[in-house]
Write a protein that binds this ligand. Structure first.
Ligand SMILES: [Zn+2]
Length: 499
C-alpha cells in the first residue's frame, strides 16, 4: 500500500509524509480570531485538520496538535492599520475585550463539539504569550531583521531577502509584482518598504488592548503569535502547519520569514491549506448576504436554506469533497448529503448489534463466496489508499458505501454471514465502525430518541398481533414524520432511515 502522501503547498506537489521524529508528529493550525461567531469557511478548515489529526492518530502517530486562539492583534482589514477586531467589538458592545474573547471562545468550542471535532492538545492564546512575543521582537531587532519606527517595529523584508530569505515562496508571489501592486508609501509612513509588516504596533490613545514593551505601550502584530506559539510547543522546525487558503498570503508567508529569521531554519516542513466555500456557486460573504452561521444551518433559519441540517449531515457533506477543492453549498447538495449520511448512520446502528453467526443449520449454510469476500477486502484497502492519497475523504466515503451494501444485505437476510466467513465479517464490522467513528468523526445522531423508538416498536408488534390496525398505522406515520421507516422482517421488526 502507498504510505501517506500529503500535498505540500510549499513544494506545490504531493510528497511522502516523513515526520521529523516519528512516531511523534507536530501539527499547528491557525485558529479563529474570537471576535465573532465562527463562520462555516473556518469550520471547514477545522474539520479538515480534525480529520487529519484523527487519521494520523489512527495509523499510529502520536500527534501534538496545537491550534491557537487569536485574542489580540488581528486588525480590521487584516493589515497593519486600523482597529483591533476584538477591541472594536468591545467598544460597540461597551464591554471588556476579554468578555468578547470569552463569549466567542465559548461559542467556538460549542460549535466544534457539535461537529464532533477533537479539542487540540494545546490551545494557546496570543495574550497568554506576550513575553514570548516581545522576546521575539527583541531578537529580530538584534539580528537587524527588524527596525523600530515611532514606537512600532517592522520586519525588514529587503534585509531578510538579501540574507538569503525568499519572501513570497509559499504563495508564489514575486517580490517586484508585490511591490507594483502596493500603493507607494506616502511621506508619513513608518515603513521603509510597503512590504514590511508590523511585528509590534504602538497603541494609539484610544486603543484598548495594550502592553508595556521596550518600545512603549503597544500590542503584537497578528503574524507574530503563530510563530511564537508554534515553535514554543513544537520546536523551531515542525511537521505540519495548516490553515485556510486565505491565510497563505500574507499570514503564512510572514510566519516563514519570522521563523526563519529567528532561528535560521524553515519553520514548517509541510504546509497544508484547505479551500473555500461557495454558496450556489458564489463566494460566501457577508456583504452578498449569502453567508450563514452553523447555528442557522442547524436551525434552517437562513432565507437561503429550505430546511435544517444536522451537524453530522454538514460534517459528512464537507468530507464528501476533497479539502483542496472548493465546496459549494446548495439545498440540493445538502439534501443529498443528508440522505447519504443517514444511510451510513443506519448501517452503523445495524452493524454494531450484529455478531457473526455461522448458518442456522448445516444444510442451509451457504459456502463462502470468494467474490464477495474479495470486494469487502478491496473496499477496506481502498479506504486506506484514499486517505493516504492526500486525505482523499471523498474516495474513502465511496468505499464505505460498498461496505454498507453488505451490511444491508446481512440485515435484510439476503445473505448469511457464513457467506462472508468469520474473518471477513469481522473485517467488515470493525472497518465500518472505526472508519466512521474514529477516522471520519461521524457519529449517530438522534440516539437520545432511540429508547422511545424501540419502545414504540414493541407497541407496534403488540398492536399488530392484536390486529389493532389503526394504532399500527399511527405508529407508522409517527416514524414517517421523522424520516424513518418501519421494516417488518421475517425475524424481527426494526426501523431504518427512509431510502
Ligand atoms: Zn496563524
Amino acid at each position: 500500500m502507498q504510505p501517506l502522501h500529503i500535498y505540500n503547498t510549499l513544494a506545490r506537489k504531493k510528497e511522502l509524509f516523513e515526520p521529523l521524529n516519528a512516531p511523534y508528529v507536530g501539527m499547528y493550525v491557525c485558529g479563529p480570531t474570537v471576535y465573532n461567531y465562527v463562520h462555516l469557511g473556518n469550520v471547514r478548515t477545522f474539520l479538515t485538520f480534525d480529520t487529519l489529526y484523527r487519521y494520523l492518530t489512527f495509523i499510529g502517530y502520536k500527534v501534538r496538535y496545537v491550534r491557537n486562539l487569536t485574542d489580540v492583534g488581528h486588525l480590521v482589514g487584516d493589515g497593519d492599520d486600523g482597529e483591533d477586531k476584538i477591541g472594536r467589538m468591545a467598544k460597540l458592545e461597551k464591554v471588556e475585550p476579554m468578555e468578547i474573547v470569552q463569549r466567542f471562545t465559548n461559542d467556538f468550542h460549542t460549535v466544534m463539539a457539535q461537529f464532533n471535532t477533537f479539542p487540540p492538545s494545546i490551545e494557546p492564546t496570543a495574550t497568554g504569550h506576550m513575553v514570548e512575543q516581545i522576546e521575539a521582537v527583541e531578537k529580530l531587532l538584534d539580528k537587524g531583521l527588524a527596525y523600530e519606527s515611532n514606537g512600532s517595529v517592522y520586519f525588514d523584508i529587503e534585509t531578510y531577502n538579501q540574507r538569503g530569505g525568499n519572501y513570497g515562496k509559499l504563495s508564489g508571489r514575486i517580490l517586484d509584482d508585490l511591490l507594483n501592486d502596493t500603493r507607494e508609501l506616502d511621506g508619513q509612513s513608518e515603513k521603509r518598504s510597503p512590504l514590511d509588516f508590523a511585528i509590534w504596533k504602538r497603541a494609539s490613545p484610544e486603543h484598548l488592548m495594550r502592553w508595556n514593551s521596550p518600545w512603549g505601550e503597544g500590542f503584537p502584530g497578528w503574524h507574530l503569535e503563530c510563530t511564537c506559539m508554534s515553535t514554543k510547543y513544537l520546536g523551531k522546525q515542525f511537521d505540519i502547519h495548516g490553515g485556510g487558503m486565505d491565510l497563505k498570503f500574507p499570514h503564512h508567508e510572514c510566519e516563514i520569514a519570522q521563523g526563519d529569521g529567528l532561528s535560521g531554519i524553515d519553520p514548517v516542513r509541510y504546509w497544508m491549506h484547505s479551500n473555500m466555500l461557495t454558496v450556489n456557486g458564489q463566494k460566501m460573504s457577508k456583504s452578498l448576504g449569502n453567508s450563514f452561521l452553523p447555528s442557522e444551518l442547524f436551525a434552517g433559519s437562513h432565507y437561503l436554506l429550505e430546511q435544517a441540517y444536522s451537524p453530522m449531515t454538514v460534517r459528512f457533506f464537507m468530507l464528501q469533497s476533497h479539502y483542496r477543492s472548493t465546496l459549494d453549498f446548495s439545498n440540493e447538495a445538502l439534501k443529498a448529503a443528508q440522505k447519504g449520511y443517514r444511510r451510513l448512520a443506519n448501517g452503523l446502528r445495524v452493524i454494531q448489534t450484529m455478531t457473526y453467526q455461522p448458518g442456522e443449520d448445516a444444510a442451509s449454510t451457504e459456502l463462502a463466496d470468494e467474490k464477495k469476500q474479495q470486494e469487502i477486502r478491496q473496499a477496506v484497502q481502498q479506504f486506506y489508499e484514499a486517505m493516504n492519497d492526500d486525505l482523499n475523504t471523498a474516495v474513502g466515503i465511496a468505499q464505505l458505501f460498498t461496505l454498507l451494501k453488505y451490511i444491508n444485505m446481512l440485515y435484510l437476510h439476503q445473505i448469511e454471514a457464513s457467506v462472508l466467513g468469520e474473518d471477513v465479517f469481522n473485517l467488515l464490522k470493525e472497518s465500518f465502525i472505526t472508519f466512521m467513528h474514529d477516522v471520519l468523526g461521524l457519529r449517530e445522531e438522534g440516539s437520545d430518541n432511540q429508547p422511545v423508538l424501540e419502545g414504540l416498536l414493541t407497541l407496534y408488534r403488540e398492536y399488530k398481533e392484536q390486529k389493532q390496525y389503526d394504532k399500527v398505522d399511527q405508529i407508522r406515520s409517527y416514524f414517517k414524520a421523522q424520516g424513518l421507516a418501519i421494516k417488518d422482517m421475517k425475524h424481527q421488526i426494526d426501523w431504518a432511515y427512509e431510502e
